[in-house]
Design a protein around this ligand. Sequence first.
Ligand code: SF4
Length: 345
Amino acid sequence: MIEKAKNIIQNYNGKPLRIMEVCGTHTHEIFRLGIRSLLPRQVDLISGPGCPVCVTPVNYIDKAIYLAQKGCCICTFGDLVRVPGSESSLAQARAQGGDIKTVYSPEDAMLYATQHPEKKVVFLAVGFETTVPAVCIAVDSAKKNGIDNFSVLTAHKTMPAAYEALKGSADVFIYPGHVNAITGNAVCKELTKQGVSGVVAGFTAEELLMAFAVILTLYEKDTPFFKNCYTSVVKDEGNIAAQKLINKIMTPCDSTWRGLGVIKGSGLMLKSEYSNYDAMIKYDVPDIKGSPNPACKCADILMGKCKPPQCPLFGKVCTPLKPVGACMVSGEGACSAYYQYGENL
Ligand code: SF4
């Protein structure tokens, strides 16, 4: 199967196409597995906005720092700690005495709150549909158990509205398998009716090679297509239990994406009955505007308008050790993938 897929990819002789890997994990795995070197010259890969840390706007970091400065204990996944805010980062806030704790799940943060009732614990809830259910479980559990020193600062994003904003930026999308595992495929099928082609892909070498072979075979037929190439995990209807849980705790809201701006209905926030667990309300966080470094091209990279080596700071001023933008920090970021795997223009 792998050999057949490789054969299709290497012998593709059709028209040029731009494929966007929407998900940052796909970007890294395609690099790491050496799949880029198999692709013919006329197949161009561009990275999309599917890295949750990368699309989180700079003012979110500013708000987290504000909360730390107000005495909250910030619990977060590790990547966010080094993402630059407008003037500082959570790492710098920690160096100045801020209580910043790295956790592996929202539940860890909630348990930490139960063990430390004297602390005001705030979990930084970023991520797509994939990570939302775990946040919902933690909030629901905190409410049921009367843990009122736990709250979440939400910046959750949902993909459907983002696809609208991305229309025209690529010829074919590789849809994020983990997201489709929750949401199902209805949105992707609807996009096909509007002329947008794409496949859902898994993350192993075999799954990715299959996905590319399917893309290159179907693209030659000149008709918009959708194909689920990750059927072992992604079902058409998605994960119904997770969808019900999300609908119970969260409600759609407009959301600001780094690079894409405000996209109507592309975010999730806690429903009003859970407002006691919403850090923005609980601690009366002001509407901080935020100002990203103007030299950083993360916004263009996330829209597929340019590639990391085209940023003048790439690899010189901006490296994983001294990141200027989120795309160089995150383990799913396009800049960190290009830096780590050494591809220049
Ligand atoms: S290389 Fe650094 S500064 Fe340039 S776009 Fe990437 S993260 Fe931003």
